[in-house]
Design a protein around this ligand. Structure first.
Ligand code: ACM
Ligand code: ZN
Length: 535
Protein backbone atom coordinates (compact mmCIF):
# COMPACT_ATOMS: atom_id res chain seq x y z
CA UNK A 1 0.00 0.00 0.00
CA UNK A 2 2.77 2.42 1.00
CA UNK A 3 4.50 1.94 -2.32
CA UNK A 4 1.66 3.27 -4.36
CA UNK A 5 1.35 6.42 -2.26
CA UNK A 6 5.06 7.07 -2.77
CA UNK A 7 4.59 6.50 -6.47
CA UNK A 8 1.68 8.96 -6.57
CA UNK A 9 3.63 11.63 -4.73
CA UNK A 10 6.59 11.22 -7.11
CA UNK A 11 4.32 11.27 -10.12
CA UNK A 12 2.70 14.52 -9.06
CA UNK A 13 6.07 16.20 -8.52
CA UNK A 14 7.64 15.22 -11.81
CA UNK A 15 4.40 15.64 -13.70
CA UNK A 16 4.04 12.09 -14.95
CA UNK A 17 0.28 12.54 -15.13
CA UNK A 18 -0.92 14.20 -18.29
CA UNK A 19 -4.54 14.54 -17.25
CA UNK A 20 -6.51 15.80 -20.21
CA UNK A 21 -3.50 15.90 -22.50
CA UNK A 22 -2.05 13.49 -25.00
CA UNK A 23 -2.60 9.77 -24.86
CA UNK A 24 -3.69 7.92 -21.71
CA UNK A 25 -5.52 5.03 -23.29
CA UNK A 26 -6.45 1.94 -21.24
CA UNK A 27 -6.07 -0.83 -22.26
CA UNK A 28 -2.72 0.25 -23.67
CA UNK A 29 -2.84 -0.12 -27.46
CA UNK A 30 -0.39 -2.21 -29.45
CA UNK A 31 1.18 0.83 -31.13
CA UNK A 32 0.62 4.58 -30.91
CA UNK A 33 2.40 7.09 -33.12
CA UNK A 34 1.93 10.69 -32.04
CA UNK A 35 2.12 13.58 -34.53
CA UNK A 36 2.19 17.33 -34.16
CA UNK A 37 -1.15 19.03 -33.77
CA UNK A 38 -4.72 18.12 -33.02
CA UNK A 39 -8.12 18.06 -34.68
CA UNK A 40 -10.85 20.24 -33.22
CA UNK A 41 -14.36 18.88 -33.57
CA UNK A 42 -16.54 21.16 -35.75
CA UNK A 43 -19.84 22.20 -34.20
CA UNK A 44 -21.67 20.68 -37.17
CA UNK A 45 -20.19 17.20 -37.45
CA UNK A 46 -20.81 14.23 -39.73
CA UNK A 47 -20.08 10.61 -38.87
CA UNK A 48 -19.95 8.44 -41.99
CA UNK A 49 -20.05 4.64 -42.13
CA UNK A 50 -18.94 2.59 -45.10
CA UNK A 51 -21.28 -0.38 -44.66
CA UNK A 52 -24.89 -0.56 -43.52
CA UNK A 53 -24.03 -2.90 -40.64
CA UNK A 54 -22.09 -0.02 -39.05
CA UNK A 55 -25.18 2.21 -38.70
CA UNK A 56 -25.63 1.23 -35.00
CA UNK A 57 -21.95 1.99 -34.33
CA UNK A 58 -22.36 5.46 -35.87
CA UNK A 59 -25.49 6.04 -33.76
CA UNK A 60 -23.61 4.91 -30.65
CA UNK A 61 -20.77 7.34 -31.37
CA UNK A 62 -23.30 10.13 -31.88
CA UNK A 63 -24.79 9.31 -28.45
CA UNK A 64 -21.32 9.59 -26.92
CA UNK A 65 -20.44 12.91 -28.54
CA UNK A 66 -23.72 14.82 -28.54
CA UNK A 67 -24.65 15.45 -24.87
CA UNK A 68 -21.51 17.21 -23.62
CA UNK A 69 -20.61 19.04 -26.85
CA UNK A 70 -24.18 20.01 -27.73
CA UNK A 71 -23.02 19.83 -31.35
CA UNK A 72 -25.24 19.08 -34.31
CA UNK A 73 -24.23 15.55 -35.32
CA UNK A 74 -25.35 13.73 -38.44
CA UNK A 75 -24.71 10.11 -39.37
CA UNK A 76 -24.75 8.99 -43.00
CA UNK A 77 -23.75 6.00 -45.08
CA UNK A 78 -20.67 6.65 -47.22
CA UNK A 79 -17.00 7.38 -46.88
CA UNK A 80 -16.99 11.16 -46.50
CA UNK A 81 -17.41 12.83 -43.14
CA UNK A 82 -15.51 14.25 -40.21
CA UNK A 83 -15.36 10.89 -38.44
CA UNK A 84 -15.24 7.97 -40.86
CA UNK A 85 -16.02 4.39 -39.83
CA UNK A 86 -14.64 2.00 -42.42
CA UNK A 87 -15.30 -1.74 -42.53
CA UNK A 88 -12.75 -3.56 -44.67
CA UNK A 89 -14.00 -7.16 -44.68
CA UNK A 90 -17.55 -7.31 -43.35
CA UNK A 91 -17.41 -11.07 -42.72
CA UNK A 92 -14.32 -11.16 -40.48
CA UNK A 93 -16.20 -11.21 -37.17
CA UNK A 94 -13.36 -12.64 -35.13
CA UNK A 95 -10.77 -10.06 -36.10
CA UNK A 96 -11.12 -7.37 -33.44
CA UNK A 97 -8.07 -5.38 -34.55
CA UNK A 98 -8.56 -1.79 -35.68
CA UNK A 99 -6.64 1.28 -36.78
CA UNK A 100 -7.46 4.84 -35.77
CA UNK A 101 -5.93 7.76 -37.63
CA UNK A 102 -6.60 11.32 -36.51
CA UNK A 103 -5.30 14.42 -38.23
CA UNK A 104 -6.29 17.79 -39.64
CA UNK A 105 -9.19 16.35 -41.64
CA UNK A 106 -10.78 14.36 -38.83
CA UNK A 107 -10.68 10.75 -37.71
CA UNK A 108 -10.77 7.46 -39.62
CA UNK A 109 -11.43 4.18 -37.79
CA UNK A 110 -10.81 1.08 -39.88
CA UNK A 111 -11.46 -2.55 -39.00
CA UNK A 112 -12.47 -5.86 -40.53
CA UNK A 113 -15.24 -6.28 -37.93
CA UNK A 114 -18.03 -4.40 -36.18
CA UNK A 115 -16.34 -5.14 -32.86
CA UNK A 116 -13.08 -3.64 -34.08
CA UNK A 117 -14.90 -0.44 -35.06
CA UNK A 118 -16.39 -0.25 -31.56
CA UNK A 119 -12.90 -0.63 -30.05
CA UNK A 120 -11.76 2.24 -32.27
CA UNK A 121 -14.67 4.32 -30.96
CA UNK A 122 -13.61 3.54 -27.36
CA UNK A 123 -10.11 4.71 -28.21
CA UNK A 124 -11.45 7.91 -29.79
CA UNK A 125 -13.52 8.48 -26.65
CA UNK A 126 -10.35 8.23 -24.55
CA UNK A 127 -8.46 10.58 -26.86
CA UNK A 128 -11.07 13.28 -26.22
CA UNK A 129 -11.07 15.25 -22.95
CA UNK A 130 -12.61 13.17 -20.16
CA UNK A 131 -15.47 15.67 -19.91
CA UNK A 132 -16.91 14.05 -23.06
CA UNK A 133 -18.49 11.56 -20.64
CA UNK A 134 -20.71 14.30 -19.19
CA UNK A 135 -24.38 13.68 -20.03
CA UNK A 136 -25.26 17.39 -20.19
CA UNK A 137 -23.97 20.35 -22.17
CA UNK A 138 -20.54 21.59 -21.05
CA UNK A 139 -19.27 24.94 -22.27
CA UNK A 140 -15.64 25.99 -22.24
CA UNK A 141 -14.04 22.64 -23.06
CA UNK A 142 -11.91 22.43 -26.20
CA UNK A 143 -13.11 19.27 -27.93
CA UNK A 144 -9.82 18.24 -29.48
CA UNK A 145 -8.36 14.92 -30.61
CA UNK A 146 -4.53 14.76 -30.74
CA UNK A 147 -3.08 13.74 -34.10
CA UNK A 148 -2.17 10.07 -33.73
CA UNK A 149 -2.11 6.72 -35.43
CA UNK A 150 -3.27 3.86 -33.20
CA UNK A 151 -2.80 0.28 -34.39
CA UNK A 152 -4.31 -2.14 -31.98
CA UNK A 153 -5.48 -5.67 -31.35
CA UNK A 154 -6.39 -7.77 -28.30
CA UNK A 155 -4.24 -10.51 -26.79
CA UNK A 156 -7.25 -12.60 -25.74
CA UNK A 157 -10.64 -13.04 -27.32
CA UNK A 158 -12.40 -13.57 -23.97
CA UNK A 159 -12.23 -10.39 -21.87
CA UNK A 160 -15.13 -10.89 -19.54
CA UNK A 161 -17.01 -9.57 -16.58
CA UNK A 162 -19.55 -11.70 -14.75
CA UNK A 163 -22.45 -10.09 -12.90
CA UNK A 164 -24.65 -11.87 -10.34
CA UNK A 165 -28.06 -10.14 -10.21
CA UNK A 166 -29.47 -13.01 -8.14
CA UNK A 167 -28.19 -12.33 -4.66
CA UNK A 168 -29.34 -8.74 -5.28
CA UNK A 169 -31.26 -7.52 -8.29
CA UNK A 170 -29.84 -4.88 -10.64
CA UNK A 171 -32.21 -3.01 -12.93
CA UNK A 172 -32.00 -2.94 -16.70
CA UNK A 173 -30.62 0.63 -16.48
CA UNK A 174 -27.90 -0.44 -14.02
CA UNK A 175 -27.01 -3.37 -16.26
CA UNK A 176 -26.75 -1.04 -19.25
CA UNK A 177 -24.48 1.27 -17.25
CA UNK A 178 -22.13 -1.65 -16.64
CA UNK A 179 -22.18 -2.54 -20.34
CA UNK A 180 -21.24 1.08 -21.13
CA UNK A 181 -18.24 0.81 -18.84
CA UNK A 182 -17.31 -2.55 -20.33
CA UNK A 183 -17.36 -1.11 -23.85
CA UNK A 184 -15.17 1.81 -22.77
CA UNK A 185 -12.49 -0.66 -21.63
CA UNK A 186 -12.95 -3.10 -24.55
CA UNK A 187 -14.43 -6.02 -22.65
CA UNK A 188 -15.95 -8.58 -25.01
CA UNK A 189 -18.13 -10.91 -22.90
CA UNK A 190 -20.80 -10.19 -20.32
CA UNK A 191 -21.38 -13.41 -18.35
CA UNK A 192 -24.82 -13.03 -16.78
CA UNK A 193 -25.40 -15.34 -13.79
CA UNK A 194 -29.19 -15.41 -13.96
CA UNK A 195 -30.27 -17.96 -11.40
CA UNK A 196 -29.09 -19.20 -8.03
CA UNK A 197 -30.47 -20.49 -4.75
CA UNK A 198 -31.70 -17.08 -3.56
CA UNK A 199 -33.77 -16.23 -6.69
CA UNK A 200 -34.59 -16.97 -10.32
CA UNK A 201 -34.23 -13.84 -12.49
CA UNK A 202 -35.05 -14.81 -16.09
CA UNK A 203 -38.61 -15.24 -17.35
CA UNK A 204 -39.18 -18.77 -18.67
CA UNK A 205 -42.61 -18.91 -20.25
CA UNK A 206 -43.07 -22.66 -19.77
CA UNK A 207 -42.42 -22.42 -16.02
CA UNK A 208 -43.99 -19.12 -14.86
CA UNK A 209 -43.62 -19.81 -11.14
CA UNK A 210 -39.85 -19.47 -11.48
CA UNK A 211 -40.30 -15.71 -11.65
CA UNK A 212 -43.80 -15.02 -10.30
CA UNK A 213 -42.70 -16.70 -7.06
CA UNK A 214 -38.97 -17.37 -7.45
CA UNK A 215 -37.91 -13.78 -8.19
CA UNK A 216 -39.10 -12.56 -4.80
CA UNK A 217 -38.10 -13.34 -1.25
CA UNK A 218 -38.78 -12.14 2.25
CA UNK A 219 -35.67 -10.10 3.15
CA UNK A 220 -36.30 -10.78 6.84
CA UNK A 221 -35.64 -14.49 6.16
CA UNK A 222 -32.50 -14.17 4.07
CA UNK A 223 -29.10 -14.02 5.75
CA UNK A 224 -27.40 -11.92 3.06
CA UNK A 225 -30.20 -9.34 3.11
CA UNK A 226 -30.03 -8.96 6.87
CA UNK A 227 -26.23 -8.79 6.76
CA UNK A 228 -26.29 -5.99 4.16
CA UNK A 229 -28.85 -3.97 6.13
CA UNK A 230 -26.79 -4.40 9.29
CA UNK A 231 -23.63 -3.37 7.47
CA UNK A 232 -25.42 -0.24 6.18
CA UNK A 233 -26.17 0.69 9.80
CA UNK A 234 -22.84 -0.33 11.35
CA UNK A 235 -20.71 1.14 8.60
CA UNK A 236 -23.01 4.14 7.98
CA UNK A 237 -22.89 3.09 4.37
CA UNK A 238 -26.04 3.80 2.34
CA UNK A 239 -24.72 1.71 -0.57
CA UNK A 240 -25.21 -1.41 1.59
CA UNK A 241 -28.94 -0.77 2.05
CA UNK A 242 -31.40 -2.89 0.08
CA UNK A 243 -32.82 -0.51 -2.55
CA UNK A 244 -36.45 0.43 -1.83
CA UNK A 245 -37.31 0.28 -5.53
CA UNK A 246 -36.79 -3.49 -5.46
CA UNK A 247 -39.37 -4.00 -2.69
CA UNK A 248 -42.95 -4.95 -3.54
CA UNK A 249 -45.98 -5.89 -1.51
CA UNK A 250 -47.14 -9.38 -2.42
CA UNK A 251 -50.08 -10.93 -0.52
CA UNK A 252 -49.74 -8.31 2.20
CA UNK A 253 -46.03 -8.95 2.73
CA UNK A 254 -43.04 -6.82 1.67
CA UNK A 255 -40.98 -8.92 -0.71
CA UNK A 256 -37.61 -8.08 -2.27
CA UNK A 257 -36.40 -8.85 -5.78
CA UNK A 258 -37.28 -8.54 -9.45
CA UNK A 259 -36.70 -10.34 -12.72
CA UNK A 260 -35.95 -9.76 -16.38
CA UNK A 261 -38.84 -10.36 -18.75
CA UNK A 262 -37.93 -11.86 -22.11
CA UNK A 263 -38.46 -8.37 -23.55
CA UNK A 264 -35.94 -6.97 -21.04
CA UNK A 265 -33.45 -9.66 -22.01
CA UNK A 266 -33.80 -8.84 -25.71
CA UNK A 267 -33.23 -5.17 -24.88
CA UNK A 268 -30.00 -5.98 -23.01
CA UNK A 269 -28.77 -8.31 -25.75
CA UNK A 270 -29.33 -5.59 -28.35
CA UNK A 271 -27.77 -2.87 -26.19
CA UNK A 272 -24.70 -5.06 -25.67
CA UNK A 273 -24.48 -5.97 -29.37
CA UNK A 274 -24.36 -2.28 -30.35
CA UNK A 275 -21.38 -1.99 -27.96
CA UNK A 276 -19.65 -5.06 -29.42
CA UNK A 277 -20.30 -7.24 -26.35
CA UNK A 278 -21.68 -10.80 -26.32
CA UNK A 279 -24.02 -11.66 -23.45
CA UNK A 280 -23.34 -15.17 -22.19
CA UNK A 281 -26.21 -16.45 -20.03
CA UNK A 282 -25.61 -18.81 -17.13
CA UNK A 283 -28.36 -21.05 -15.82
CA UNK A 284 -26.59 -22.84 -13.00
CA UNK A 285 -27.43 -26.58 -12.82
CA UNK A 286 -27.71 -28.98 -11.08
CA UNK A 287 -26.73 -27.18 -7.84
CA UNK A 288 -27.58 -23.66 -6.63
CA UNK A 289 -31.23 -24.42 -7.41
CA UNK A 290 -32.93 -24.07 -4.04
CA UNK A 291 -35.35 -21.42 -5.30
CA UNK A 292 -36.32 -23.44 -8.39
CA UNK A 293 -37.04 -26.49 -6.24
CA UNK A 294 -39.15 -24.31 -3.92
CA UNK A 295 -41.23 -23.23 -6.94
CA UNK A 296 -41.51 -26.74 -8.40
CA UNK A 297 -40.74 -29.32 -5.67
CA UNK A 298 -40.79 -32.18 -8.25
CA UNK A 299 -37.40 -30.83 -9.42
CA UNK A 300 -35.81 -32.16 -6.21
CA UNK A 301 -35.05 -35.66 -4.92
CA UNK A 302 -38.10 -36.85 -2.96
CA UNK A 303 -39.92 -33.67 -4.02
CA UNK A 304 -38.72 -32.04 -0.81
CA UNK A 305 -38.08 -28.60 -2.31
CA UNK A 306 -34.35 -28.47 -1.59
CA UNK A 307 -31.23 -28.28 -3.71
CA UNK A 308 -29.92 -29.90 -5.97
CA UNK A 309 -31.96 -30.99 -8.98
CA UNK A 310 -32.86 -34.70 -9.02
CA UNK A 311 -30.85 -36.13 -11.91
CA UNK A 312 -32.64 -39.48 -11.74
CA UNK A 313 -35.91 -37.93 -12.93
CA UNK A 314 -36.55 -37.73 -16.69
CA UNK A 315 -38.95 -34.82 -16.06
CA UNK A 316 -36.09 -32.87 -14.49
CA UNK A 317 -33.82 -33.49 -17.49
CA UNK A 318 -36.68 -32.31 -19.71
CA UNK A 319 -37.07 -29.20 -17.50
CA UNK A 320 -33.39 -28.40 -17.98
CA UNK A 321 -33.73 -28.70 -21.76
CA UNK A 322 -36.96 -26.68 -21.82
CA UNK A 323 -35.28 -23.86 -19.91
CA UNK A 324 -32.26 -23.78 -22.20
CA UNK A 325 -34.54 -23.94 -25.28
CA UNK A 326 -36.00 -20.55 -24.28
CA UNK A 327 -32.56 -19.27 -23.27
CA UNK A 328 -31.09 -20.17 -26.69
CA UNK A 329 -33.89 -18.25 -28.41
CA UNK A 330 -33.05 -15.13 -26.40
CA UNK A 331 -29.25 -15.22 -26.62
CA UNK A 332 -28.02 -15.55 -30.22
CA UNK A 333 -24.45 -16.60 -29.45
CA UNK A 334 -22.25 -19.65 -29.85
CA UNK A 335 -22.00 -20.24 -26.08
CA UNK A 336 -24.09 -20.71 -22.97
CA UNK A 337 -23.13 -21.56 -19.40
CA UNK A 338 -24.50 -24.43 -17.32
CA UNK A 339 -22.65 -23.60 -14.09
CA UNK A 340 -22.17 -26.94 -12.34
CA UNK A 341 -20.34 -25.55 -9.31
CA UNK A 342 -20.58 -26.49 -5.63
CA UNK A 343 -23.19 -29.24 -5.96
CA UNK A 344 -24.21 -31.03 -2.72
CA UNK A 345 -24.19 -34.39 -4.44
CA UNK A 346 -24.71 -36.33 -1.21
CA UNK A 347 -28.50 -36.10 -1.53
CA UNK A 348 -28.35 -38.24 -4.67
CA UNK A 349 -26.94 -41.06 -2.51
CA UNK A 350 -30.32 -41.73 -0.89
CA UNK A 351 -32.56 -41.01 -3.87
CA UNK A 352 -33.95 -44.18 -5.52
CA UNK A 353 -34.31 -42.38 -8.88
CA UNK A 354 -30.74 -41.06 -8.84
CA UNK A 355 -29.44 -44.50 -7.81
CA UNK A 356 -31.47 -46.09 -10.61
CA UNK A 357 -29.88 -43.65 -13.10
CA UNK A 358 -26.41 -44.57 -11.82
CA UNK A 359 -27.18 -48.28 -12.32
CA UNK A 360 -28.83 -47.88 -15.71
CA UNK A 361 -26.09 -45.67 -17.11
CA UNK A 362 -23.37 -47.75 -15.48
CA UNK A 363 -21.90 -44.73 -13.67
CA UNK A 364 -19.11 -44.92 -11.11
CA UNK A 365 -20.79 -42.73 -8.47
CA UNK A 366 -22.12 -39.28 -7.67
CA UNK A 367 -19.47 -37.30 -9.54
CA UNK A 368 -20.14 -39.36 -12.64
CA UNK A 369 -23.86 -38.74 -12.24
CA UNK A 370 -23.25 -34.99 -12.52
CA UNK A 371 -20.88 -35.56 -15.39
CA UNK A 372 -23.51 -37.73 -17.16
CA UNK A 373 -25.96 -34.80 -16.81
CA UNK A 374 -23.46 -32.26 -18.12
CA UNK A 375 -22.66 -34.43 -21.14
CA UNK A 376 -26.36 -35.03 -21.79
CA UNK A 377 -26.92 -31.27 -21.70
CA UNK A 378 -23.89 -30.66 -23.88
CA UNK A 379 -25.41 -32.84 -26.59
CA UNK A 380 -28.51 -30.66 -26.37
CA UNK A 381 -26.39 -27.48 -26.48
CA UNK A 382 -24.49 -28.74 -29.54
CA UNK A 383 -27.71 -29.77 -31.32
CA UNK A 384 -28.77 -26.13 -30.86
CA UNK A 385 -25.48 -24.75 -32.17
CA UNK A 386 -24.04 -23.86 -28.76
CA UNK A 387 -20.81 -24.71 -26.94
CA UNK A 388 -21.22 -25.54 -23.27
CA UNK A 389 -19.28 -23.63 -20.62
CA UNK A 390 -19.19 -24.70 -16.96
CA UNK A 391 -17.34 -23.88 -13.74
CA UNK A 392 -14.32 -26.13 -13.20
CA UNK A 393 -16.28 -28.76 -11.21
CA UNK A 394 -17.48 -30.04 -14.61
CA UNK A 395 -14.06 -31.71 -14.85
CA UNK A 396 -14.97 -34.00 -11.93
CA UNK A 397 -16.27 -37.35 -13.13
CA UNK A 398 -15.02 -36.63 -16.65
CA UNK A 399 -15.96 -34.03 -19.24
CA UNK A 400 -16.18 -34.07 -23.03
CA UNK A 401 -13.21 -32.35 -24.72
CA UNK A 402 -15.47 -29.78 -26.38
CA UNK A 403 -16.77 -28.24 -23.15
CA UNK A 404 -15.19 -24.96 -22.02
CA UNK A 405 -13.99 -24.70 -18.43
CA UNK A 406 -14.30 -21.60 -16.27
CA UNK A 407 -11.38 -21.90 -13.85
CA UNK A 408 -12.54 -20.31 -10.60
CA UNK A 409 -11.05 -22.41 -7.78
CA UNK A 410 -7.75 -20.59 -7.42
CA UNK A 411 -6.74 -23.02 -4.65
CA UNK A 412 -6.79 -25.82 -7.28
CA UNK A 413 -3.77 -24.55 -9.11
CA UNK A 414 -3.69 -27.27 -11.78
CA UNK A 415 -7.14 -26.72 -13.34
CA UNK A 416 -5.76 -25.11 -16.50
CA UNK A 417 -3.22 -27.90 -16.92
CA UNK A 418 -5.87 -30.60 -16.31
CA UNK A 419 -8.35 -28.95 -18.67
CA UNK A 420 -5.92 -28.40 -21.50
CA UNK A 421 -4.53 -31.93 -21.11
CA UNK A 422 -8.01 -33.15 -22.06
CA UNK A 423 -8.22 -30.67 -24.94
CA UNK A 424 -10.66 -28.36 -23.14
CA UNK A 425 -10.52 -24.61 -23.64
CA UNK A 426 -10.35 -22.51 -20.47
CA UNK A 427 -11.45 -19.09 -19.28
CA UNK A 428 -9.37 -17.96 -16.30
CA UNK A 429 -11.12 -16.24 -13.37
CA UNK A 430 -9.38 -17.72 -10.31
CA UNK A 431 -10.50 -16.57 -6.86
CA UNK A 432 -6.89 -15.57 -6.24
CA UNK A 433 -7.21 -12.50 -8.48
CA UNK A 434 -10.57 -12.24 -10.20
CA UNK A 435 -13.25 -12.24 -7.50
CA UNK A 436 -14.43 -8.67 -7.44
CA UNK A 437 -16.62 -9.26 -4.39
CA UNK A 438 -13.46 -9.91 -2.33
CA UNK A 439 -11.93 -6.99 -0.39
CA UNK A 440 -9.58 -4.78 -2.36
CA UNK A 441 -6.91 -2.17 -1.95
CA UNK A 442 -4.14 -0.79 -4.13
CA UNK A 443 -1.96 -3.80 -3.43
CA UNK A 444 -4.62 -6.31 -4.51
CA UNK A 445 -5.12 -4.36 -7.72
CA UNK A 446 -1.39 -4.47 -8.35
CA UNK A 447 -1.36 -8.20 -7.58
CA UNK A 448 -4.13 -8.68 -10.13
CA UNK A 449 -2.29 -6.58 -12.72
CA UNK A 450 1.01 -8.38 -12.24
CA UNK A 451 -0.22 -11.81 -11.16
CA UNK A 452 -0.60 -15.09 -13.03
CA UNK A 453 -4.30 -14.96 -13.87
CA UNK A 454 -3.25 -17.23 -16.73
CA UNK A 455 -0.65 -19.67 -15.33
CA UNK A 456 2.84 -18.78 -16.52
CA UNK A 457 4.21 -22.28 -17.02
CA UNK A 458 1.97 -23.29 -19.93
CA UNK A 459 3.37 -24.70 -23.16
CA UNK A 460 2.46 -22.96 -26.40
CA UNK A 461 -0.07 -25.72 -27.12
CA UNK A 462 -1.69 -25.33 -23.68
CA UNK A 463 -1.74 -21.56 -24.03
CA UNK A 464 -3.63 -21.80 -27.32
CA UNK A 465 -6.51 -23.34 -25.36
CA UNK A 466 -6.77 -20.36 -23.00
CA UNK A 467 -9.62 -18.22 -24.32
CA UNK A 468 -8.96 -15.38 -21.92
CA UNK A 469 -9.83 -13.89 -18.54
CA UNK A 470 -12.83 -12.75 -16.59
CA UNK A 471 -13.63 -10.81 -13.42
CA UNK A 472 -16.55 -12.09 -11.33
CA UNK A 473 -18.83 -9.64 -9.53
CA UNK A 474 -20.62 -11.96 -7.09
CA UNK A 475 -23.50 -10.16 -5.47
CA UNK A 476 -23.96 -11.48 -1.94
CA UNK A 477 -22.76 -8.28 -0.30
CA UNK A 478 -23.35 -5.91 -3.23
CA UNK A 479 -26.95 -4.75 -2.85
CA UNK A 480 -26.74 -1.56 -4.93
CA UNK A 481 -25.20 -0.18 -8.10
CA UNK A 482 -23.02 2.18 -6.05
CA UNK A 483 -21.59 -0.78 -4.14
CA UNK A 484 -21.11 -2.71 -7.40
CA UNK A 485 -19.11 0.16 -8.86
CA UNK A 486 -17.06 0.50 -5.70
CA UNK A 487 -16.18 -3.20 -5.64
CA UNK A 488 -15.48 -3.61 -9.36
CA UNK A 489 -13.71 -0.35 -10.23
CA UNK A 490 -11.00 0.50 -10.83
CA UNK A 491 -9.73 -3.08 -10.58
CA UNK A 492 -11.80 -4.18 -13.60
CA UNK A 493 -9.76 -1.69 -15.62
CA UNK A 494 -6.56 -3.47 -14.53
CA UNK A 495 -8.06 -6.74 -15.76
CA UNK A 496 -9.12 -5.10 -19.04
CA UNK A 497 -5.53 -4.10 -19.76
CA UNK A 498 -4.23 -7.51 -18.69
CA UNK A 499 -6.54 -9.29 -21.12
CA UNK A 500 -6.03 -6.89 -24.04
CA UNK A 501 -2.46 -5.58 -23.99
CA UNK A 502 0.58 -7.68 -24.98
CA UNK A 503 2.08 -9.08 -21.78
CA UNK A 504 5.51 -7.65 -22.61
CA UNK A 505 3.91 -4.20 -22.82
CA UNK A 506 2.24 -4.31 -19.42
CA UNK A 507 3.87 -2.11 -16.82
CA UNK A 508 2.28 -1.19 -13.51
CA UNK A 509 3.83 2.29 -13.18
CA UNK A 510 2.79 3.18 -16.70
CA UNK A 511 -0.70 1.76 -16.07
CA UNK A 512 -1.19 3.69 -12.84
CA UNK A 513 -0.03 6.90 -14.52
CA UNK A 514 -2.65 6.45 -17.24
CA UNK A 515 -5.29 5.64 -14.60
CA UNK A 516 -5.39 9.23 -13.29
CA UNK A 517 -7.35 10.43 -16.30
CA UNK A 518 -9.53 7.33 -16.29
CA UNK A 519 -10.63 8.14 -12.75
CA UNK A 520 -11.72 11.61 -13.85
CA UNK A 521 -13.64 9.90 -16.64
CA UNK A 522 -15.31 7.52 -14.16
CA UNK A 523 -16.21 10.41 -11.84
CA UNK A 524 -17.78 12.25 -14.77
CA UNK A 525 -19.81 9.09 -15.51
CA UNK A 526 -20.90 9.11 -11.84
CA UNK A 527 -19.23 5.78 -11.15
CA UNK A 528 -18.67 5.35 -7.41
CA UNK A 529 -15.27 3.66 -7.82
CA UNK A 530 -12.84 2.97 -4.95
CA UNK A 531 -10.45 5.95 -4.74
CA UNK A 532 -6.78 4.98 -5.02
CA UNK A 533 -5.77 7.37 -2.28
CA UNK A 534 -7.71 6.60 0.86
CA UNK A 535 -9.77 9.50 2.20
C1 ACM B 1 -18.30 -20.02 -7.80
O1 ACM B 1 -17.72 -19.05 -7.30
N1 ACM B 1 -19.03 -20.82 -7.03
C2 ACM B 1 -18.23 -20.31 -9.22
ZN1 ZN C 1 -32.77 -37.78 -7.14
Amino acid sequence: MKRIFTLFAAALIVGVFHAGAAVNIIPKPTAVTEYEGAWTLPSELTISYSHKTLAPAAGYLEEILAPATGYGIKTKKGTKGDIRLVLTTPSADLDESYTLLSGPDGVTITSASYKGIIHGISTLRQLLPYQIECKSLLRGVEWKVPAVKVEDKPSYEWRGLMLDPVRHFYSIEETKNLLDLMALYKFSKFHWHLIDSQAWRIEIKKYPLLTSKGAWRDPANEYIDKACEQSAIDGRNPSMKLPKEHMREIDGKVMYGGYYSQEDIREIVEYAAVRGIDVVPEIDMPGHNWMATQCYPWLSCGHDGTDPLCLGSDEVIQFAKDVFKEVFELFPYGYAEIGGDEVSRIKWQNCPLCQERIRKENLGGLEELQSWFTKEMEKYFNANGRRLIGWDEILEGGVSPTAIVNWWQGYHADVVQRSTAGGNEVICCPTTYCYFDYPQNNETMRTLYEGAVVPEDLSEEQHKLVKGMQGNIWGEFIPSEARMHYMAFPRAIALAEKAWTEKTDQNWDCFIARMEEQLLRLSTMKVAYRPLVEQ
